[in-house]
Design a protein around this ligand. Structure first.
Ligand SMILES: [Zn+2]
Length: 294
């Protein structure tokens, strides 16, 4: 399919080339309407890469609680090789998630909440709104935004890094907008009792039913993430959050591997979200990273 006109109609095959790195024959194509040529590799996960063998194991490793540096050590490559893949994979997974939202059946019940973590130091906290389908626990949408530090860190953060405008509402709105493509108009939407949420739900999903329940957060370490005494109405959500924390090294509590920038953290979040969705589809023995176009 042509990347410009998005159609197959004017695309013709036009020869092959031999890829120097592994001698594979790669099919070339040409779009007669747009007059551009491309190949089957142009949109592939491993486009213009040398270490193709690394991709799938790197994808699984990054989603299994291993830091980027340790992954580089295990695979005996330089850290830059891994960080480049984080960017490439992140972009692919973001698109995959968007295509998944558009191609799937409309969801009748979702739950959303915000996960809080930080960039580089606890003085620079960020919020990560994530929406999850209740029935399957699949991640449907997520985004990220800066928020202000709380408590005794507030003053120190102001002194050291100046005022960091809160992007909480815009991050929530980005998530809500993305979610709109895959949600049924009369869906049920669950969240905790944050005062911002009812207005957000009314604005984006006027016909939906919004239910809230008391947040069970406040746990400090380890299994506390899922420690609970009673039935948890937003279990799907809390379970997914616990999995994010456990499987993304940068999100685990008391970690050394802190995220270095918001963009890079977003790449990792998208990678994990896509992995999580593949992993829930037990059809596949091992989740494989590939371009998903609906
Ligand atoms: Zn074209």
């Amino acid at each position: 399919m042509c990347s410009i006109c998005k159609s197959d109609r004017n695309v013709i095959k036009r020869g092959f080339y031999r890829r120097p790195s592994d001698q594979k024959k790669v099919q070339r194509y040409f779009c007669k309407a747009c007059r551009i040529s491309f190949s089957e590799q142009t949109f592939a996960v491993d486009y213009r890469q040398q270490k193709r063998w690394l991709n799938q194991s790197c994808f699984l490793t990054l989603c299994s609680g291993v830091s980027q540096r340790r992954a580089a050590y295990v695979f005996q490559v330089v850290p830059r090789t891994i960080s480049r893949r984080v960017k490439r994979f992140g972009e692919i997974c973001e698109k995959n998630l968007a295509n998944y939202r558009e191609s799937r059946a409309k969801v009748s019940e979702v739950q959303f909440d915000e996960l809080e973590t930080f960039i580089h130091t606890k003085l620079k906290p960020v919020t990560i709104p994530i929406a999850v389908e209740k029935k399957t626990r699949k991640v449907l949408a997520l985004s990220i935004g800066n928020i202000g530090a709380k408590g005794h860190l507030k003053q120190i953060s102001l002194q050291r890094y100046g005022r960091r405008p809160s992007e909480r509402l815009s991050a929530l709105k980005t998530m809500a907008k993305d979610l709109k493509t895959c949600i049924a108009p009369k869906a049920r939407i669950g969240s905790d009792r944050c005062p911002l949420y009812p207005k957000l739900v009314r604005e984006y999903y006027p016909e939906a039913t919004h239910y809230t329940c008391k947040g069970l957060r406040g746990a400090v370490v380890g299994l506390g993430e899922l420690k609970k005494a009673a039935f948890d109405p937003i279990f799907s959500l809390n379970h997914t959050y616990a999995m994010f924390r456990d499987n993304l090294k940068t999100l685990s509590r008391r970690t050394w591997a802190t995220a270095k920038s918001k963009d890079k953290l977003l790449f990792l979040l998208n990678i994990y979200a896509w992995f999580h969705n593949l992993w829930l589809d037990r059809k596949l023995a091992k989740p494989r990273l590939a371009v998903f176009d609906g």
